[in-house]
Design a binder for this molecule. Structure first.
Ligand code: TXA
Ligand code: MG
Length: 365
């Protein structure tokens, strides 16, 4: 018999049975939400949909619940969590010195896929912010998330509901794959809308700075602050130096197979990938391709997944994480991805592919 060392964290991780509940996305059944809210309030873990990706919630004021959340996900403890609120009015519960910009942004983008980094109130446990003096906050725009937060009546920390390193979950089934048996409850409301996570915006400096591109685009933020008035942290710098959004330094959103991100003029990108596929034939690896509807003809007879129409990055955003999981399921041993243009929502899609590629991109001009 194999002897297994069970650490305290391992013990903390397992629950007897996860309650998996199908819930209506537009008109969520109140009884389910009440039960979920009660679990959160007593320090349990509940996975729920947001408009971006599914989140795994734990009460901010419950340090043990927060510790268990890190253990369950296998998340590095230096990677802080986003606090979810049911309204802007609750912001003073977690942040001090709310700058005028936060009010304006909330008025325009909350509820919605924008996370603001603000000076943290002392009452927010260090576990939530990984010891940083700041706290990241957002009000999610999903009827299930909003009503759940309202009923819980407390701030809820919620990272994406995937195991650390795996693509973020955009379907209830993804959450079940990763967390069944590890959390008290999973609320399955079907596909999320946006598909990539919220934009993380640092408001603690002179100039607002994007730490992670997401659902609220740079162009939308420039609409508020003025063109050229929004900085953007270079993810490559974040990788090498002291990370600004600590989560950005980890390779994640990653399928099991190595992913090669190819950027440039579409015809060149396709020709490059076709050449690589010919090489792959010799190595007998099973490749998969992620490209656009317009590219299909290049990839007859190859495992091909469409990111939608090239000019519609919202299609790529919606299905990206799902397709990365599908590559794994199909047994792909290498993945070639055609990069979207780095504007609008395409910037967030590019960023996630770049992360999945371990920070490498092939530029073919
Ligand atoms: O759309 C989303 O934001 C989803 C849904 C569930 O709301 N949540 C999400 O959480 O993506 P997570 O934990 O997967 O990503 C949080 C990101 C990480 O990159 C983390 O480092 C950064 O936010 N972050 C959190 N607190 C921060 C802080 N105080 N300063 C800088 N970055 C912070
Ligand atoms: Mg995540």
């Amino acid at each position: 018999m194999r002897f297994m060392l069970v650490t305290k964290n391992e013990e903390m991780k397992h629950v007897k049975k996860t309650k998996i509940i199908k819930i209506n996305a537009e008109k969520p059944e109140e009884a389910h939400l009440r039960e979920a809210a009660a679990i959160l309030r007593r320090g349990g873990l509940v996975a729920f949909p947001t408009e971006t990706v599914y989140g795994l919630g734990a009460a901010v004021n419950h340090p043990q619940a927060i510790q268990r959340l890190y253990a369950v996900k296998g998340r590095p403890v230096d990677n802080p969590l986003i606090v979810h609120l049911d309204s802007y009015q609750r912001l003073p519960a977690v942040a001090v010195a709310v700058p005028p910009a936060a009010r304006r942004l909330a008025g325009k983008f909350w509820p919605g896929p924008l996370t603001m980094v603000l000076p943290k109130k002392a009452t927010v446990p260090a576990e939530v912010s990984a010891g940083l003096p700041t706290v990241a906050v957002r009000v999610p725009a999903h009827p299930v998330a909003l009503r759940l937060l309202e009923l819980a009546g407390i701030p809820v920390a919620a990272p994406s509901a995937n195991l650390s390193g795996r693509p973020s979950p955009t379907r209830g089934s993804h959450v079940v794959e990763d967390l069944d048996g590890l959390v008290e409850m999973i609320l399955d409301a079907g596909p999320t809308g946006v598909g990539v996570e919220s934009t993380v915006l640092d408001l603690t400096g002179e100039t607002p700075r994007i730490l992670r591109p997401g659902g609220v685009t740079r162009e939308m933020l420039e609409g508020v602050f003025g063109v050229g008035q929004v900085e953007e942290a270079d993810p490559a710098t974040i990788e090498s130096g002291r990370p600004l959004a600590p989560g950005m330094k980890y390779r994640h959103y990653a399928p099991k197979a190595p992913l090669y991100l190819v950027a440039g003029e579409p015809a060149r990108v396709n020709r490059y990938i076709v050449d690589r596929l010919a090489e792959e034939e010799k190595t007998r690896r099973k490749p998969a391709v992620l490209a656009y509807d317009e590219d299909r003809d290049y990839y007859r007879g190859v495992l091909f997944f469409s990111l939608g129409k090239r000019e519609k990055p919202e299609e790529a955003a919606e299905r990206l994480f799902s397709l990365l999981r599908a590559c794994d399921e199909a047994g792909a041993e290498s993945i070639y991805a055609a990069a979207p243009s780095r504007t609008g929502l395409g910037r967030a899609v590019f960023n996630r592919l770049w992360k999945a590629a371990g920070g490498n991109v092939v530029e073919v001009g």
